[in-house]
Ligand binder design. Sequence first.
Ligand code: GLC
Ligand code: CA
Length: 574
Amino acid sequence: MEKRIWWKQAVGYEIYPQTFADSNNDGIGDLPGITSKLNYLKMLGIDLIWICPFLKSPMDDNGYDIADYYCVNPLFGTNDDLKELIKQAHALGIHIIMDFVLNHTSDENAWFIEARKNKQAEEHDYYIWQPPRYDEKGNRQPPNNWRGFFSDSAWAYDEVADEYYMRIFSKKMPDLNWENPLLRKKIYAIARHYLDLGIDGFRLDAIAHLARDLSFANSTQNPDYDGLTLDVSKFSNRERLFDYLHEFKKAVLEDYPLAMTVGEVGGSSTTLTALKYSHKDYGSINMVFNFDTCWENGAYGSETLRDDQIITNVWNLKHNFARWYNDCHRDAWLPLYWVNHDHPRVLSQYGNVAFRKESGKMLALVLLFMYGTPFLYQGEELGMSNVDYQSLDDFTSDVSARNYILDARKRGLNDELILRFLRRTSRINSRTPMQWKNAPYAGFSLVPPRIKPVNNYQEVNAEDEIKDPDSIFNFYRQAIALRKDMAILDSVTMSDFVLENEDDPNVFAYRHPGKKHLFVVANFRPYQVNFSSDFLGRKHHTLLQNYLEPSAIRDGNQVSLRPFECFLWEIEDN
Ligand code: GLC
Ligand code: CA
């Protein structure tokens, strides 16, 4: 039997520090806040937390713009607070992985300050510089037509250097030049520093972009209205980056065999590419996040669609999970997640606020019994949902939303449509304060948080849900405890994952025909649907379900499922 590796058995939980827990009531979540909630996480069954960036940052992109890799952001606490958090988490058996941003820094990082000041400085070449182009009228233009991920050009002009620097995110986030070996050494030293401090591994931010097309040739894709185009082939999943990652593995990871690594590779990675990162024999990291299962309700790119046109494509959703499993599980491990801090809330995405309890529980069940390491996103266990904001101003703490609003207005979209689109897709949806109790600001803080809470904490909050045996929170708790049962975990992670009645357009059903034969059935619709499967007629016992009374099985193979009804059975094979 395969050696038991801690992170293959763990249930993970992503924390967005700014809005998780605020220990000193200044409106900003912080590290002591996280420490104070470790018992809450333990009670839920979590033994791995991924904390989004908490190092010193001007917060242009909420901490993904790092100004000092060796210093905790004073907004979030001190270096000693970090040590204390690690100590207390470990005492409870909770591992911590930190978000490691290595594609770019803040423009306020000492490296960049030196780089722009002095072209002779070593640091100049830590970044990617190109001279301006000039059009026929003599106007200065970026070096090429590449668009970045936050709507505008992939370049920003620096007056001092009189050159453009590459920045595929915001202009305050200059991209690092991974071709420079001195820079790579600096990055490895940072990684070693945190592993030596007791950090258990990394979520490697934006890792797909470390290598770029260094010819900087224009994209030949059809440009958009402004002459730019987002051509990910120019800076995503390029061959050269695997050399960097192998070096990182040799220089750092091999000395820390227990550390876990999960890379963010975005939506442009195929399963084949994923194996290049995470193959158990020739990959460099343990697993990768891609987003093939995150937007299957068509919300992304839905600017002109009405709300009632946003419908989950259940067929695609389950087949995407199955495809990643089938292509990868022999050779690579997978993370499992509905969403992260860059997405809207899954309850609004694939569930339904009118059926909060039913759909919140259903989403827990479907996710937690698939192959891989699950990562819940903070608040998912409470059934938190998208924002109810009525003004575009409420979205402006996010640089991507700010840029999107500018761009959408230029394209002639009216504010009402922009607001509707942001409420549906914005990353702010997942970044609202944790709803700890039925109290002002959701009990997150005594003062107004920087990101406004959603106004449903009267019903959706941790304090009340912990007490209510029928809550989403307690359903998660039960489901996690079941998953951690060794016999169940073995079936989940070591026997096959097979879709059942795979062409059914409404129901996501799967089996693990292992020593324990597990059968999950879940209706993804807010209405009653019929489902058939021969396994419905089999002798079984129910391990978990989200309605008190099970639905009656007809003719041995038919069931009529109520809105979002789900169950987990153990089938008795003999
Ligand atoms: C990743 C992060 C996102 C951030 C970006 C730039 O995609 O998840 O939040 O804005 O990288 O660091
Ligand atoms: Ca605080």
